[in-house]
Design a protein around this ligand. Structure first.
Ligand SMILES: [Zn+2]
Length: 175
């Protein structure tokens, strides 16, 4: 648990990064504050500067297009492994529902920003505390270390059904 000072610092303060502060607005409000708090806590405790990748939201149609890269358009079988970007068809990615974000660590090197993969031990410890699932645990072609998400215990096909029937920006998972 947090002290009230910590809570305020993590939850009610913008992150170190203006891009991240903008991109947080694309995340579903159900998990937006926790994503901000996680990034703030990692910066406060370890000085780790995490940035949310530019693509928080991806439509089901965009996801379908990505899915077809390297695949046969009819059978959906992989025909060129090097071109495969994702194993999630439209609706199977939590990005389709604003329930996912990707994280990169920013390193300042002589005033230039460099991106590297983050310190997993520290980042995951904090991320799991906030209840995020990590894409680095996904198997096979789904393996995706920058990726964090929540599914709230639902299979993606159930979330897709709710999204299709509700047609709202954010899904009510309990309706
Ligand atoms: Zn992702």
């Amino acid at each position: 648990m947090f002290t009230s000072k910590e809570y305020d610092k993590y939850y009610n303060s913008p992150t170190w990064d203006k891009h991240t502060n903008e991109r947080l607005k694309q995340i579903d409000p159900k998990m937006r504050d926790d994503a901000r708090a996680m990034i703030n806590e990692l910066y406060e405790k370890y000085g780790i500067k995490l940035r949310i990748g530019h693509e928080v939201f991806r439509s089901v149609e965009e996801q379908d297009k990505l899915f077809l890269k390297g695949r046969d358009p009819v059978t959906k079988e992989v025909i060129n492994q090097n071109e495969v970007v994702t194993s999630a068809p439209g609706g199977a990615s939590m990005h389709n529902y604003r329930l996912a974000f990707d994280l990169l660590e920013i390193i300042n090197d002589n005033g230039e920003s460099k991106i590297k993969s983050f310190d997993r031990k520290k980042v995951l410890k904090i991320a799991f505390k906030y209840g995020f699932r990590w894409g680095g645990y996904f198997s096979g072609t789904k393996y995706d270390p920058p990726h964090f998400e929540r599914t709230y215990g639902f299979h993606w096909s159930v979330i897709k059904k709710k999204a299709l029937s509700q047609k709202t920006k954010y899904i009510n998972l309990f309706k």
